[in-house]
Design a protein around this ligand. Structure first.
Ligand code: SF4
Length: 224
């Protein structure tokens, strides 16, 4: 499992990781993480969710407004779109693990609204020990990175979704890895035809990820 370079001055979640692994231990320990400044303005830590036997781990960027309030990943508008896409791809949502590269909501104020603010590289790296721990605990067959932040958290800033989208890669993180868009990108498309095509392309990427698992090991159950 690749680790970020040792840095004594940069923020990191590493001191907050529990001595004993396990998703429950990790999730509980993450509740009191102070590894970077993002906890200060967020309501709570939003840890990953799903079975520890999941063969597919999906990684987004960070929790949104609704996730921050609910304490659960992918329960807002992008999460509902992800649910639809997984269903269309024949992937049972309750049998995959969903998480984010960054576990606290970073936002800017616009009147009464809290709008997403992109996490800095230092914040993404600070939070990566949690992601490393989730992946090494679950040991999935495939990691699916939803968007550039997730992909670059694991593969570095030279990784470009525009070039690598939809390719099944072999990495140190999991036997298979595929990067695609974040479903929130579909929410920003205003043209209906483009949005429909974008959704179809997203579903096609998820199907490709499921098919790659089936080829390497028939462990991902599909709905009848
Ligand atoms: S964003 Fe990550 S590293 Fe920063 S405080 Fe939250 S859990 Fe810890």
């Amino acid at each position: 499992m690749p680790k970020e370079k040792k840095t004594d001055n940069l923020p990191t979640a590493r001191p907050f990781l529990p001595a004993r692994p396990g998703l429950q231990n990790l999730s509980e320990a993450a509740e009191s993480c102070r590894g970077c400044d993002l906890f200060e303005r967020a309501t709570q830590t939003v840890f990953g969710e799903g079975p520890d036997s999941a063969v597919m781990v999906l990684i987004g960027e960070q929790p949104g407004d609704q996730e921050d309030q609910n304490g659960r990943p992918f329960v807002g508008p992008a999460g509902r779109l992800l649910d639809r896409a997984l269903a269309e791809a024949g992937i049972p949502r309750d049998q995959v693990y969903v998480t984010n590269a960054v576990k606290h909501f970073k936002w800017v104020s616009r009147g009464k609204r809290r709008l997403h603010d992109k996490p800095r590289r230092s914040e993404i790296l600070a939070c990566r020990p949690w992601l490393e721990a989730e992946i090494s605990t679950i040991r999935p067959q495939i990691v699916v990175c939803l968007g550039a932040t997730a992909a670059q958290s694991l593969l570095g800033t030279s990784f470009k979704i525009t070039h690598e989208r939809g390719k099944v890669l072999k990495t140190e993180w999991a036997p298979l890895l595929l990067a695609t868009i974040h479903p929130s990108a579909l929410l920003r498309i205003t043209d209906e035809n483009e949005r429909r095509q974008g959704f179809a392309d997203f579903v096609a990427d998820l199907k490709k990820a499921a098919a790659a698992i089936t080829r390497s090991s028939p462990a991902l159950p599909h709905r009848a």
